[in-house]
Design a binder for this molecule. Sequence first.
Ligand code: S6P
Length: 589
Amino acid sequence: MMTATASTLPFTERSNPLTQNIDVADCKGIVDMLHSCDEEMLAGSFQFPGLQDESTVRTILGAVDHIADIMQEPEDHLVVMSGCGTSGRMAFLAATTCNRLLVENGKQACCAYLIAGGDRALLTSQEAPEDDPLLGASELQQAAAGKKKVIYIGITCGLSAPYVAGQLDHCLQHLETFTPLLMGFNPVQLARNHSIEKWDKTVKDVVEEMKHAAKDNKAFILNPVVGPEPITGSTRMKGGSATKILLDTILLLAAQKAVDQCAINEHTVRAFLGAYSQCVESVYSKAADISCLVSNAGKSLQASGHIYYFGAGTAGIMGCIDASECVPTYGSDPEDVRGFLRGGYDTLNNADGCLDNLGPLYRLSWKNFCDDKLGHFKSSDSAIFLLSSPDELGHCSELAEKLKKTGGDVMGVLYNFQPMDAKTLASFSTVFPQSLLLQMPEVPATGGSTALQAAACRRLGEFALKLVCNSVSTGAHIMVGKVFQNLMIDVQIRNNKLFYRAIRIVQHLSDCSHEAATRAVLSALYDTDDVTPLADINVSQHVERGTKQEKVVPVALLCAALQLSPSQARQQLMVTPIIRHAISAGITK
Ligand code: S6P
């Protein structure tokens, strides 16, 4: 097993100096730190090209040209976007919204998405398929069957997912059909170099091959550095946001070129990226209001209550995506944070359609909420309505009123491009006395039709809601002690990357060697003091166990720091369930 020093550690796994005290900040302090991190994402300056640097803009333009060609001649041609976890969810959102836009503008849909673990991973955490390059390759092969020209966008924020590496490898072996684009947020030399079970390559090997293909203009690498995540390794945050910015910019500009024959140049790309910077500022200009949402949501979790997001269309989807990420990030119960979409699967536009039969976590519609949960909604729960227009208000009021009667917190978040008139404002505050109104910046005019401008507005609004939801769920989990300094100390070991991250967390917080941290993690994972017999077991088996075992990292921490046995550590956690307190009591750093 390898250990990484600070400079060989990928940016996406580094601890961000801006958030080292996020666990002891108040709600406003948390939101302010997230603001600084999002500014850092757009500004760059990590000695590697950032989001707005020239090389990034040039690569975006290259991708726009290729994709616009496909949009103009969609027969036998395809754009596939793919990733794991949040990256796959962003791929889904980009592909489905782009298809809708094309069809509404008289063109043919030409985008498809792939997500490791399939459609169920849109709503719940499916981290293990991320480790399987062969699965990735075969799913891409299936998606592209019969196509003559395919642009493949493989997203892996950490340049780390074998699922995506398998797909890139497939593209590189079939360059006559595929033009691969790798999207991620580390320099290529920091791509993951761990061996992959049942495969003869590492992710880094494939990234090196991509580098050569890119030199020959047969591939693209889009890897601006956006800096470490606010919560170490939580690429759902900056990584997911940067992915959304890049996918939105590329697809919207390609559509403008293909549909409206707009001339797209560096200036246009920069104007789009600039709109996202302004959006960050507009959102966080409401930091005080966002921190009220965080405070309510955190109090709900503290009281063993729930956080429920409600929305229609992509606004609702942003809530569902945010909710799905809390399980792997914070080891939370999947019912703690849930998203509900008005119209359910009829409006989700996912490839497999209705997934209701997979279980309660896949019951997605507002109607499902009313049938399953409304009767149990209590004063300790929080409901957050996400609205993309004041016209949505009428649809929300009935459910909001029912929820308010229970005494729970009911809040409304609305993004809007036009200032609201006094009457609408009054009705909004009547339905949602606790509200957050986000005034969006103007979308740059590129000469495209109003339909395309409207789509650009929606993408920006979704981005704003992503920032708000991420703040809410991050802040709320900080409030229940799931973060120590800026580390997710209750992370579940659900894949290879998370196994090694768990070891790093234990090593860092208990100030022990990599070997001692590994022993502690294995000891916690298998509830044993003697880890010698486990030495030759594959990481995939540890992952299989980690998916079922709770509190492995906290137990390992106490074992490493206080020389406890796993059972003693579990006992201590029963007495002091807030992990941060249990650790603080034991570790003097
Ligand atoms: C991260 C999230 C994960 C990642 C997934 C893919 O906050 O919980 O599900 O999205 O592991 O990571 P990457 O680096 O390949 O985009």
